[in-house]
Design a protein around this ligand. Structure first.
Ligand code: URA
Ligand code: SF4
Length: 250
């Protein structure tokens, strides 16, 4: 029969387990040699632990945010990642772009949208007179690369949701732009297509939210580029009309 150590090693959780044990000397965790829960189960499994994790992340400040993500083992995507990709940009941004998840280049660099799709996103920002890092923040639904660039599974997106929620709460953007299906599904709780969601102002926790195609999809589908551009112009109108500007002379 496999020992607990074998299982942890197979799940590639053993190093984290030891690190955490060392980091918290004297705790029950550190002393336990027959612990019943793996780190992953502790982080994301039981309801109480999941609630504790959510509460901890909901109280994170920026100074602790990236390191918390880097230590996260709450979903299986932690196993194949090289670098976590928490997000980049202006922490007082007016616009928050939410993509899907890191690809190979992002996983190597630790920064979102640095590959081909990222260059397209940068040129679209440029066309709007904006730049990465200036009044703009860029994040993803999941902070670790899904193997083979597949879309995150719903369980992975849910496991990572507290981080995105915390980013939104810290940034308090005027507008969220959901890039593609993964972001739109997670933030709006719908399975509807991008085609049916674009062109309208939605809301996420009181913040206006606009949906458009994911840049990687635009690279493959030229006609949709024009639609995405329309979406960004629409987004700009939404961003500048909410809250409504004060009446002239007020
Ligand atoms: N695609 C995404 O959704 N996010 C990235 O960071 C890169 C590519
Ligand atoms: Fe944690 Fe998110 Fe990475 Fe999953 S994708 S391990 S929830 S940081």
């Amino acid at each position: 029969m496999a020992t607990r150590e074998d299982v942890l090693r197979e799940l590639k959780l053993a190093p984290e387990w030891r690190l955490r044990g060392r980091a918290e000397p004297g705790t029950a965790e550190a002393r336990s040699s027959d612990g019943s829960a793996t780190p992953a189960a502790r982080e994301g499994g039981g309801t109480v632990d999941a609630d504790l994790r959510r509460a901890r992340i909901a109280a994170l400040g920026w100074e602790a945010f990236d390191a918390d993500v880097a230590a996260c083992t709450a979903c299986g995507l932690c196993r194949a990642r090289n670098k976590t990709v928490p997000g980049v940009g202006d922490r007082d941004a007016d616009w928050l772009f939410v993509g899907e998840g890191p690809g190979a280049e992002e996983d190597a660099k630790g920064e979102p949208f640095v590959g081909q799709a990222g260059r397209l996103l940068d040129s679209m920002l440029g066309a709007l007179g904006m730049r990465r890092g200036e009044r703009v923040y860029i994040a993803n639904v999941v902070k670790c690369r899904p193997p083979g660039n597949r879309a995150p599974e719903p369980g992975e997106a849910e496991a990572c949701r507290p981080y995105l929620e915390r980013q939104i709460a810290l940034i308090r953007p005027k507008l969220v732009v959901a890039l593609g299906k993964s972001a739109a599904s997670l933030l709006l709780g719908t399975d509807a297509t991008i085609a049916s969601l674009r062109g309208r102002a939605h809301r996420y926790g009181g913040i206006p939210l606009v949906v458009t195609y994911h840049p990687a999809y635009l690279l493959r589908s030229l006609p949709e580029k024009a639609k995405a551009w329309e979406d960004l112009l629409f987004a700009r109108r939404v961003a500048s009309s909410d809250p409504p500007p004060p009446p002239a002379g007020a």
